[in-house]
Design a protein around this ligand. Structure first.
Ligand code: SF4
Ligand code: SF4
Length: 299
């Protein structure tokens, strides 16, 4: 299995669980959600992001490229032979090219994460492993990171889409404080339409970790009109019925803030997705509350 790559380590985050947290974004995800706001974390390989607004056209990048450069005129900023070596990004003086995806050995990653231990302790926070999908990375690597953090007394949240092997989730469970578990759509085929895979495995994994004693916060990204109807909320409530370990339902408002990254990766961004209005959000929250769940709103 390839070495896991990291796109970013965000310190002082307050959105990925309790307290002050450091969030690690792994590169590579089995799903392709139409609204993904971190598209640079979808592929498992390193990639170059190109920001045309910062580019002066000096062609230092082309000169530095061992694969023969690329054709700026055609708009193809990355040669089809690109090997993601990052030499063009190093050569660019304007920061117009950026290499996304770096391997960090487990011991080095944990060394960086331990630096914020005083903040975690003071705020009741910790580390959140996110992505992309952390549990789709090499399990040996992930378990080593989890064990080392556990030994340091750092509480870890795992932010997961759930489309991963059940045994990996169960292996990670003893070292995980809370799972931030995504639920996007209740219907299997609708789920496939918007994310590239149906949700059968996601729901059965959720049942399995709940039964095994996991603490779970369900995270629902709300995208109008994809998953904001009254019927869809009712179907989600039905899909979650009887699942153990659910602490809360976290509703996350969709924003198109990631759309600029698609252009920088040379990819198209989906259309017809809107931020839900306040009225819709409150109605969805009420539906979950009436079903007996604690609800939080963010995004
Ligand atoms: S080196 Fe940077 S500024 Fe120069 S052409 Fe390449 S991307 Fe543009
Ligand atoms: S990452 Fe390397 S191979 Fe790819 S375009 Fe840049 S210099 Fe060329």
């Amino acid at each position: 299995m390839a070495e896991p790559l990291i796109t970013d380590i965000q310190r002082y985050s307050i959105h990925d669980g309790d307290g002050i947290r450091t969030t690690v974004f792994f590169k590579g995800c089995p799903l392709r959600c139409a609204w993904c706001h971190n598209p640079e974390t979808q592929r498992f390989t390193a990639e170059i992001l190109y920001n045309a607004e910062k580019c002066s056209g000096c062609l230092r990048c082309t000169a530095a490229c061992p694969e023969g450069g690329f054709d700026l005129l055609s708009g193809q900023f990355v040669s089809e032979h690109c090997i993601s070596c990052g030499k063009c990004a190093e050569a660019c003086l304007n920061g117009a090219r950026e290499l996304s995806g770096k391997y960090v050995p487990p011991a080095e990653l944990v060394r960086q994460l331990v630096r914020d231990l005083p903040f975690y302790e003071e705020s009741g926070g910790g580390v959140t492993l996110s992505g992309g999908e952390v549990l789709a990375q090499d399990p040996g690597y992930v378990m080593e990171v989890l064990r080392r953090l556990y030994e340091q007394g750092i509480r870890v949240n795992i932010d997961t889409c759930g489309q991963v092997p059940e045994e990996v989730l169960l292996q990670a469970l003893p070292f995980t404080d809370t799972f931030l578990y995504d639920l996007k759509l209740a219907g299997a085929e609708e789920h496939r339409r918007y994310t590239g895979a149906d949700n059968r495995r996601i729901l059965s994994n959720l049942r399995a970790i709940g039964k095994a004693g996991a603490r779970i916060r369900i995270r629902i990204p709300l995208i109008d009109p994809v998953n904001t109807s009254e019927q869809e909320t009712a179907a989600m409530i039905e899909a979650l019925a009887g699942i153990q370990g659910i602490l809360s339902i976290d509703l996350i408002k969709y924003h198109d803030t990631g759309s600029g990254k698609y252009a920088r990766l040379g990819r198209a961004y989906g259309s017809g997705m809107e931020t839900p209005g306040e009225e819709t959000l409150h109605r969805i929250a009420r539906q979950f509350e009436e079903a007996g769940y604690r609800v939080s709103m963010g995004g």
